[in-house]
Design a protein. Structure first.
Ligand SMILES: Cc1cc2nc3c(=O)[nH]c(=O)nc-3n(C[C@H](O)[C@H](O)[C@H](O)COP(=O)(O)OP(=O)(O)OC[C@H]3O[C@@H](n4cnc5c(N)ncnc54)[C@H](O)[C@@H]3O)c2cc1C
Length: 803
């Protein structure tokens, strides 16, 4: 084993081997992988090896497509077979809702270039004769599904990497990691030490323990997972290999295994494995079977696929593998740790391992993952994702693996965890809460006597008329919204304005003002949208997306000067309330001494002022597009502020509103939102944020690329549509058609109660930006006429905000 390497990858499962290969492919040859035992000696060796392209997040789906196409490449380089069987796959729907889900998945597949096909039950039966038709209402066929040999794939990656210059060290355990002042690491093993510039934690079942070596508690947990293999099935003899099959309502998956069938399940009563500490002496072991636990799924399986019930069980496999709370991988650099990277929590290593390796290696070598990996970014979990939180969420996620997650569905595990001081007051107003980063936030308010629950659906729910009433209050009187769920940073120090000016695309506002700004990466793509609030010359608050707080921190850390600037995250120190609507000024004026007239406190003013007895920062801005104020206070004052506004608001018709109404109103105004309209695959001009990019102020990160985008016009354009929808609105990820061709995708949709139309925002090619007709949006399998909106549906001139 050599004593120095540019990179040490810890872990020789499918993920570590893929990272190693991709690093060599990206040009880093001095790289090494250290494995405790043999390659695959974690969760990899006993995997069922299934792979598929469909994923709820289109960006993850793209990386899955990449992975599947990669196997040919590594087979060719290494000469090692990956045992690829592309059988095609069939997904069976047992309910109308699932059929709707399949229609939506098919629609999403259209702009990803996937050839998914909806089938009737009898067509499905022809392709998959083992099924009992009476349990199903429809199906979808995916030609690119199949399975691989886990051993073959891992060795093909590792061999391709060694051919590319990498070293693979087996039977060596990393026992500790020590950082050096130059940012490099001492990798301490039971067979000597290596000094590495970078370390990658691809420890799989032990990734949590490797994280603890550097003081990190990664939100991952292993679950026991069982599949069985039947005895040989005579009916399969001489037949073409059976398709992969997912029976969603049965919660089982099936595939052929040499004349027999393999059947696995994600049972509802799933059991975590080693919830606190993974034993180091666990190797190529299996766990004891527990057929009783999966008996309900087996019963359904034998009913839905009777031939299997007749075949007898030859073998049962029970093995652990890891999940993050949302079931997506955790990849990327970790804030607060230099040159430390993670690639773990990969629950579908044979669909995702290649994409994870590609993204991480590009991130390390080029400084950017090269794709939109927000859904997999380790920074999406903050300190709130503790061991116990992770345990509750992973168990929930596992048990729901094959269940539909409706767009308006709020999951219940690990709740309530975080609440703001006015939580009980909002409960008393019959709020229906959602969970955002573990924080309870009001989505809408049910009428006084009604139960505060929302029926889950792809269509308009029971919330619809109540959200309409909330929008109506904002547009005609005044509404009150809790806005605590924003990320906040306080920036101080003599160098703060200069530093911010170099990091953000817009100029820093003058003291007493606030301003909107995109944040760009070097490629000129959007990696954040902030409101900069400057109460005094020497202090700026950055307000942005809370879920991205660690993502921003990681970015800021890399760009912090040695002195002169201090940046402090303070999200939960300041909680907030917003009032919006034509009577908002009258209401607030009755509580403050300052003159709130348009002349004295115009749009985008930001000042420290007392509201009643409450010391607050007040900004004149509103995401609803109406006259509005955001009032920020320290946590101890929030109740008093709430009571004050509610009491004073009575005579102005004040009504609480929630996130659903806010979403509808911001879409009426064509205002974008992070992770929907604003993501690292879009440039600021494409996203309609060009007016917030100040190319004249001097240099800033991404300026050259932004200038180029401005000159070329970019590839895409964010546009708004009014949709002829019936009882279901667009929600996001639906295809946009133009003249019979899929040309783009929806990023957000909602019913615009103020304009009484179904609305959608989405991206289309810039070349189509001037087209006004011929558009359609596919909602639950139906192409609906979509009228391109030249301007925002509500108050296009912005007069109401500025009034
Ligand atoms: C029963 C079962 C069925 C499955 N079926 C499928 C399927 O059909 N399709 C699919 O895509 N996925 C499936 N999976 C999941 C799949 O196995 C995982 O996604 C994959 O194995 C994750 O790989 P990994 O490299 O992250 O982790 P691991 O395979 O756990 O690899 C981590 C490696 O790191 C090594 N290591 C850890 N710590 C250290 C250290 N300190 N020093 C040195 N080495 C260390 C370990 O020895 C291990 O080899 C299944 C899993 C199970 C259990």
């Amino acid at each position: 084993m050599k004593s120095h390497a540019k990179v040490v990858v810890i872990g020789g499962g499918v993920v570590g081997a893929s990272v190693l290969y991709h690093l060599t492919k990206a040009g880093w040859k001095d790289v090494m992988l250290i494995e405790r035992e043999e390659l695959t000696a974690g969760s990899t060796w006993h995997a069922a090896g299934g792979m598929h392209t469909v994923n709820g997040d289109p960006n993850v789906a793209k990386l899955q497509q990449y992975t599947i196409n990669l196997y040919k490449e590594i087979e060719q380089i290494s000469g090692q077979s990956c045992g690829v069987h592309i059988t095609g796959g069939i997904m069976l729907a047992g309910t109308r809702e699932r059929l709707d889900w399949l229609k939506m998945a098919k629609a999403r597949g259209r702009y990803l270039g996937m050839e998914l096909e909806l089938l009737s039950v009898s067509e499905a039966k022809k392709l998959f004769p083992l099924m009992e038709e009476k349990y199903f209402v429809g199906a979808m066929y995916d030609p690119i599904e199949g399975h691989v040999d886990p051993y073959g794939v891992t060795h093909a990656y590792a061999k391709s990497a060694t051919i590319g210059g990498a070293e693979v060290v087996r039977h060596t355990r990393v026992v500790d990691l020590k950082s050096r002042s130059d940012g490099s690491w001492d990798v301490i093993t039971d067979h000597g030490n290596v000094q590495a510039e970078h370390v990658v934690n691809a420890g799989g079942l032990w990734a949590r323990e490797v994280g603890r070596m550097v003081g990190l508690e990664l939100p991952i947990l292993a679950m026991e997972h069982q599949y069985l293999i039947t005895e040989q099935i005579p009916a399969l003899k001489g037949q073409k290999e059976q398709l992969h099959c997912i029976d969603f309502e049965g919660e089982i998956y099936l595939r052929e295994e040499r004349g027999a069938m393999l059947m696995g399940t994600y049972e509802r009563a799933g059991v975590p494995w080693s919830p606190v500490q993974t034993p180091w002496d666990f190797g190529q072991n299996l766990l004891p079977n527990d057929l009783e636990r999966i008996a309900p799924s087996l019963e359904v399986g034998f009913e839905h696929f009777p031939t299997l019930g007749e075949a007898g069980i030859k073998k049962v496999v029970n093995g652990p593998f890891t999940f993050a709370p949302d079931g997506n991988p955790l990849i990327g650099p970790v804030k607060g740790l230099r040159n430390f990277w993670v690639a773990c929590g990969v629950m579908a290593g044979f669909s995702q391992g290649g994409g994870v390796g590609l993204a991480l290696s590009q991130w390390m070598v080029e400084g950017d993952p090269g794709a939109d990996v927000w859904a997999m970014d380790v920074s999406r979990y903050g300190e709130w994702a503790t061991l116990a939180y992770t345990n509750a969420k992973v168990r929930e996620n596992y048990s729901r693996r094959f269940r539909i997650r409706f767009p308006n569905e709020e999951l219940t595990a690990a709740r309530p965890l975080r609440t703001t001081p006015i939580y009980e007051r909002l409960q008393a107003q019959n709020a229906v809460f959602g969970d955002y980063c573990g924080l309870e936030q009001p989505l809408w308010f049910a009428p006084a006597a009604a139960q505060a629950t929302e029926e889950v659906t792809f269509k308009r729910s029971n919330a619809h008329p109540h959200v309409a009433a909330e929008c109506n209050a904002v547009r005609n009187a005044v509404g009150l919204l809790e806005i605590s769920n924003y990320g906040k940073f306080e920036v101080t120090g003599p160098g703060s304005v200069e530093w911010l000016s170099g990091v953000m695309a817009n100029r820093v506002p003058e003291a007493g003002r606030m301003g909107l700004t995109p944040m760009l990466n070097e490629r000129g793509k959007l990696i954040g949208d902030f409101t900069l609030c400057r109460p005094t010359a020497d202090k700026v608050f950055l307000i942005g997306t809370y879920a991205a707080e660690d993502y921003y921190r990681r970015w800021f850390e890399r760009r912090m000067p040695a002195s002169g600037v201090s940046l402090r995250p303070c999200a939960m120190e300041y909680v907030g309330l917003s009032i919006a609507g034509p009577k908002a000024r009258m209401l607030l004026q009755s509580l403050v001494r300052e003159d709130l007239s348009n002349a004295s406190f115009p749009f985008l003013s930001f000042r420290r002022m007392d509201v009643g007895m409450v010391p607050a920062h007040v900004g004149r801005v509103s995401f609803t597009g109406d006259l509005g104020y955001e009032i920020w206070v320290t946590t101890d004052y929030q109740r008093a502020l709430f009571d004050l506004l509610v009491a004073a608001g009575r005579e102005h018709g004040l009504k609480s509103f929630g996130g659903r109404a806010l979403n509808a109103m911001r879409i009426e105004k064509s205002f974008g939102s992070w992770a929907r309209e604003y993501r690292p695959i879009y440039g600021p001009y494409e996203a309609g944020l060009g007016r917030f990019v100040d190319l004249k102020k001097g240099d800033f990160v991404g300026r050259a690329a932004a200038l180029e985008e401005k000159e070329s016009g970019g590839q895409l354009r964010l546009v708004a549509f009014a949709v002829d929808a019936a009882d279901a609105d667009a929600i996001g990820d639906e295809p946009i058609w133009h003249d019979g061709r899929v040309v783009g995708w929806v990023t957000s949709g909602a019913y615009g109660h103020s304009v009484q139309r179904s609305l959608a925002l989405g991206y289309i090619p810039a070349a189509l930006a001037s087209a006004t007709s011929g558009f359609e949006i596919e909602i639950i399998g139906e192409r609906r006429k979509a009228e391109r909106q030249a301007a925002a549906a509500f108050d296009p001139s912005g007069a109401r905000m500025r009034a």
